[in-house]
Design a protein around this ligand. Structure first.
Ligand code: NI
Length: 138
C-alpha cells in the first residue's frame, strides 16, 4: 500500500554555478539566474509504502507529519536555498537537486516502519520533479 502526503513551503533561490562565467550562467539559466534570486511556493509529496498494519493504516500520519515538518519544512520554509541549507552548498539550487536533498534529509532521520518510496516536488504548476528512493529505511 502506498500513501502520499502533501506539504508546502516557500523558499527563494538563484540558479548559478561557479563553473561558468556570468554570461554563460545567464544563457543557461535565463531569468532563474537573476542576481538577487526569486521565490517559489514549493509543493512536496512524500510517498510511503508498506503493509497495512493492525490499525488499518500504512503509516502513522502524525508521525510522518512530524518527521517532515521537523527535518524538512522547518529547514526550508522561508529560506534562501543557496545560503541557508548546508546540504545544498556547492550545488546549483535546482529543484532536481532539492528533491535529492529532501529525500536525503528524510532518509537520515527515517524511523517509520513504512518505507520512504518517493519524493516529488512541484516548483511551479509546470515543473514537477520526482525521485524514487531506493534506500531501505529502518
Ligand atoms: Ni526558480
Amino acid at each position: 500500500m502506498r500513501l502520499s502526503r502533501r506539504y508546502r513551503f516557500a523558499a527563494s533561490h538563484r540558479l548559478n554555478t561557479d563553473a561558468l562565467t556570468a554570461e554563460e550562467n545567464a544563457a543557461l539559466y535565463g531569468k532563474c539566474n537573476n542576481p538577487f534570486g526569486h521565490g517559489h511556493d514549493y509543493v512536496v509529496d512524500v510517498t510511503v509504502e508498506g503493509p497495512v498494519d493492525a490499525s488499518g493504516q500504512v503509516v502513522d500520519r502524525q508521525a510522518l507529519d512530524w518527521l517532515v515538518r521537523e527535518h524538512v519544512l522547518a529547514r526550508l520554509d522561508h529560506r534562501n536555498l543557496n545560503c541557508d541549507v548546508p546540504e545544498l552548498r556547492g550545488q546549483v539550487a535546482t529543484t532536481e537537486n532539492l528533491a535529492s536533498t529532501v529525500a536525503a534529509m528524510l532518509t537520515v532521520r527515517w524511523d517509520l516502519p513504512a518505507r520512504l518510496a518517493r519524493v516529488r516536488i512541484s516548483e511551479t504548476t509546470r515543473n514537477t520533479f520526482e525521485l524514487e528512493t531506493e534506500l531501505e529505511t529502518k
